[in-house]
Design a protein around this ligand. Structure first.
Ligand SMILES: *[C@@H]1O[C@H](CO)[C@@H](O)[C@H](O)[C@H]1NC(C)=O
Length: 304
């Protein structure tokens, strides 16, 4: 009897497991391909500037003191990663030219130009098994403060459509945060208020955009990228505005051991570095500490 039950169990497992696996492998993401700016650059500007920017006290060409969030995600999920992101990148150089380097003198490809570089590659990995990340967070407004947020989100839409054309099934869009909070603007109340206003406007545009994409694409909520029961393209959103607001709550700051959410660890003139970077939210005037990158990756891993 026991033997019979066991063989029934084995038979059930044998018939169930392959179908479970088949379903999973059809959805299985194996690669991470990233477009955007310094929050996702793991050495492109560094190579372009012959290792002169970012400076030596940054982490090996990253615009932070640790790893950037995409690296944590790739490691945790065992994805093969390629980042096309450049520090200083805008969404599209035909809209606003992006620059990097100590005096913003080095031209860098924008997000759309990075997507084009990816599309022109002949040895692309299977797009249907790739998670694409669009991480263009606001350099556009740094280089042209009169720009309309709708123009930026339109480029995000354009990028989605271009990737969809080559078979992309999973795209993660990283939404902007409150730019008025970064040290570069925060030290000037007029500028802080102005860039907060732009950020609020961009959030409103993203809200409309998500409604516009609607049921044809959008998966909100947990694990948007595992849903592959139909042919729709999964577009998920990570809202950094909400995440940073959450991380700024006293309980969260206590958990993280962060006591300074105002000043960067690196001085504005890049001449001095603080002795307690782990107590800072911002690494420099524009960038996050490695600790906060880790927090972003934790939020992203909840979607995967
Ligand atoms: C703050 O920024 C505004 C707008 O860019 C500028 O006109 C003003 O001079 C700045 N104030 C200070 C104290 O730097």
């Amino acid at each position: 009897m026991l033997v019979n039950l066991l063989s029934v169990a084995v038979a059930v497992i044998a018939t169930c497991i392959p179908s479970v696996f088949a379903k999973e492998s059809a959805c299985k993401i194996k690669n991470l391909v990233v477009f955007g700016d310094s929050y996702a650059d793991i050495g492109n500007v560094y190579r372009l500037t012959k290792k002169t920017w970012p400076l030596s006290f940054y982490n090996n060409g990253r615009f932070t003191n640790g790893r950037v969030w995409i690296e944590h995600v790739a490691k945790a999920k065992k994805y093969k990663m390629h980042s096309y992101a450049f520090g200083g990148a805008t969404c599209d150089n035909n809209l606003v030219q992006g620059y990097s380097g100590p005096t913003s003198e080095v031209r860098v490809p924008g997000m759309i130009q990075q997507v084009e570089a990816y599309l022109s590659k002949s040895n692309r990995k299977d797009a249907s098994k790739t998670l694409f990340v669009l991480n263009s967070l606001g350099n556009d407004f740094v280089f042209d403060s009169s720009l309309e947020p709708a123009a930026v989100v339109a480029r995000v839409h354009d990028s989605i459509l271009r990737l969809e054309k080559v078979g992309a099934k999973n795209i993660l869009v990283v939404e902007n945060f409150d730019m008025g909070n970064i040290p570069y603007f925060r030290n000037n109340a007029t500028q802080a208020a102005y860039f907060t206003r732009i950020s609020i406007d961009e959030q409103a545009v993203y809200k409309d955009f998500i409604t516009l994409l609607g049921p044809k694409y959008v998966r909100l909520g947990p694990h948007p990228f595992l849903n592959c029961k139909d042919d729709r393209v999964n577009v998920g959103f990570l809202n950094l505005w909400d995440l940073f607001k959450h991380l700024h709550q006293p309980g969260q700051l206590k958990r993280l051991g962060i006591t300074d959410v105002i000043q960067g660890c690196v001085s504005s003139d890049y001449k001095t570095v603080c002795s307690d970077p782990d107590k800072h939210f911002y690494w420099d005037d524009f960038h996050l500490t490695g600790k906060i990158h880790k927090e972003i990756s934790t939020a992203v891993l909840k979607l995967l």
